[in-house]
Design a protein around this ligand. Structure first.
Ligand code: MTE
Length: 346
């Protein structure tokens, strides 16, 4: 779907997208009461898609606000376990903190850094509820002082077929779940982002927020959530998370597409049923519950076989490389999905 549209006046959406897909997209557009000029609709990739039709703003990627964002972060102390280092260079901090998806602040890649700088993350609590013996509400900043943070350099693959390499700081997601003592009915874990339209312009306007029904929600099977690679991240590049990257706490699941990495979490709820997830609710045939990185299962509108490694200059300053099964974490996670048809459970 990474289409370079040379003469956009010659191409209609129906010419660059399979008919069934553009018809379904139009239904979503109409359902939202928006015209085709709307910049973000049926998926993490839709903004870029429509941008490319309308004249993309992405490649500019000027990183306005990136300096302020970094200024708002605080240094953290952490260890660097060997198991989580990578032999490839990390993405430049400036790039990873200015080319973002955080629809609560707008659907363009440059919106989060521009519009999230006043986002207030102090105080911040996370409530852990549902099928647990010890439900609790955590004061995040007090909790953070007691944590032994690890740096984990992970590959980050967006469903839109671009990638980065990011040095995250955090704790295993399992540690916070274990502390709440899941009971025998707990089979899934649901996550929720803050809902605060006064602070998040995308929540105040359906148009700005890409047509998403907020709060943003995500979910995992309990065994996925307990996997050692699943990280509750509180920082990156040696410091606390900047607002546009999901301050103060977000998920990082390196074997899954980036949209599973829910930002600015306020609630973790254990349940016996598979929870709804934001992009799946918006376009189920495009974004599955599992969303495991898989080069053999294409998105209905583009190939997932390769990815653009985002560098300075955004999408168009990037090289293409093959996408790896489970984003390169196959040895660690394949057993979670043994016997499952990965085309069906995409
Ligand atoms: N979490 C919330 N609450 N809102 C979002 O729009 N976007 C997701 C994910 N988490 C998103 C979110 C998507 S599509 C991706 S690719 C990653 O965040 C991007 O993370 P990054 O901006 O740190 O690269």
């Amino acid at each position: 779907m990474r289409l370079i549209i040379k003469k956009k006046s010659h191409l209609s959406e129906s010419q660059v997208t399979p008919e069934s897909v553009y018809r379904q997209r139009r239904q979503i557009v109409q359902g939202l009461g928006l015209g085709l000029g709307a910049a973000a609709l049926s998926g993490p990739a839709s903004a870029s898609f429509l941008d490319s039709l309308l004249g993309s703003k992405e490649p500019e990627n000027k990183a306005q606000g990136a300096k302020e964002a970094v200024a708002r972060t605080e240094p953290l102390t952490f260890s660097q376990p060997k198991a989580y280092q990578l032999q490839v260079p990390s993405t430049a901090e400036r790039v990873a903190t200015s080319y973002n998806n955080f629809y609560e602040f707008g659907a363009d890649k440059s919106d989060p850094v521009r519009y999230a700088q006043q986002f207030n993350t102090k105080p911040w609590t996370i409530t852990i509820s549902g099928e647990v013996d010890k439900p609790q509400t955590i004061d995040v900043w007090a909790w953070l002082e007691k944590q032994q943070l690890e740096e984990r350099i992970y590959r980050h693959r967006c469903v839109e077929a671009w990638s980065m390499v990011i040095p995250w700081l955090g704790v295993p997601l399992a540690s916070i779940i274990k502390a709440a003592s899941p009971n025998s009915k707990a089979k899934y874990v649901a996550f929720e982002t803050l809902y605060d339209p006064k602070q998040m312009r995308g929540q105040a306007s359906r148009f700005v927020g890409g047509g998403i029904e907020y709060p943003y929600v995500e979910g995992l099977r309990l065994d996925e959530a307990m996997h050692p690679l699943a990280l509750l991240a509180v920082g990156m590049y040696g410091k606390t998370l900047p607002p546009q990257n999901g301050a103060p706490v977000r998920l990082v699941l390196p074997w899954k597409y980036g949209f599973k990495g829910i930002k600015s979490i306020v609630r973790i709820h254990l349940t016996d049923k598979q929870p709804p997830t934001t992009w799946n609710k918006l376009a189920a045939q495009e974004y599955g519950f599992y969303a495991n990185v898989n080069p053999k299962v294409d998105h209905p509108r583009w190939s997932q076989a390769t990815e653009r490694v985002i560098a300075e200059g955004g999408l168009f300053g990037s090289e293409r490389q093959p996408t790896l099964m489970f984003n390169g974490y196959e040895d660690e996670v394949a057993s979670l999905y043994q016997g499952m048809d990965l085309r069906k459970f995409y």
